[in-house]
Design a protein around this ligand. Structure first.
Ligand code: JFE
Length: 248
């Protein structure tokens, strides 16, 4: 999968070079490109924002540098890899992903769907957001796979970068070959397609006693059937306590 991220703070995306996503990049499973939106602004001050039509506080991101950036990243040589290689199949269209508090909820199900996409382009806004015509324009472009405005949660961030980190990590760990243990994907809370949507119960490791707290006896018993039943009961209890909405 190719992933491009556009931001006025490209260094904000540096953590994607670490850990699981970084390893997927190093292994060639993900081609990651991070782009500075300001390099697509041509005025002396590299301006990317302007005052909002209709008035109001703050500034809005101009559609002009966004159009230049997205066209250059996707346009000139469609399907070309960031590393200069060539993608098999060709004619690959990018899906434009725009984090915003007013988007559809980004869920595990969405992450699962996007893990099959060949090419994601994430547009990270700042200020009061991006001029809406950027969304409208790329939604109507047949050389793009579409536009998805998504919210990673009901709180307001200062920009799209932290949301982009969340989205990329959630998607990349679902790409076949990225996670070592396929069972740990299937067993996740909210795993798409699972019958029950329960939170994970508690987990323990050695030592068997830590600061006066014992690991529950049942987990030491070796009775796999009873352990599974206990874990299911713990999962239900935690879901009832933390997320009763999931039980209906
Ligand atoms: C941007 C901002 C004032 C947004 C009404 C770009 N889930 C989630 N929370 N926050 C974001 C996503 C997010 C994403 C992109 C963003 C927040 N802001 C800040 C300020 C009103 C806003 O939208 C700018």
């Amino acid at each position: 999968m190719r992933i491009d991220i556009v931001s006025i703070f490209p260094e904000y995306l540096d953590p994607l070079r670490l850990s699981l996503v970084g390893k997927a990049v190093d292994a060639g499973l993900v081609n990651l490109g991070v782009h500075d939106l300001r390099s697509f602004a041509h005025d002396r001050h590299r301006t990317v924002d302007d005052t909002p039509y209709g008035g109001g506080p703050g500034m809005v991101m101009s559609p002009v540098p966004w159009g230049e950036a997205l066209d250059q990243i996707a346009g000139a040589h469609p399907g070309e890899r960031i590393d200069g290689g060539t993608m098999t199949g060709g004619g690959v269209r990018p899906l434009l992903v725009v984090p915003t508090p007013s988007g559809e909820r980004f869920t595990q199900s969405v992450a699962q769907q996007w893990s099959d996409e060949p090419w994601l382009v994430l547009a990270c806004g700042r200020y009061e957001g991006i001029d809406t015509r950027v969304i409208e324009h790329y939604a109507g472009r047949s050389d793009w796979a579409g536009v998805r405005e998504v919210s990673v949660g009901d709180y307001v961030l200062a920009g799209g970068e932290a949301a982009a980190l969340v989205i990329v990590e959630a998607v990349v760990r679902l790409i076949p070959g990225v996670l070592g243990n396929a069972a740990s994907v299937a067993d996740d809370s909210f795993a798409a397609g699972s019958m029950e949507r329960l939170l994970e119960g508690p987990v323990y490791t050695k030592p068997a006693e830590w600061r006066g707290i014992d690991v529950p006896e049942i987990l030491m018993s070796g009775h796999h059937g009873r352990i599974a039943a206990w874990r299911a009961e713990q999962a239900h209890a935690r879901t009832r306590e933390h997320r009763p909405d999931l039980l209906g």
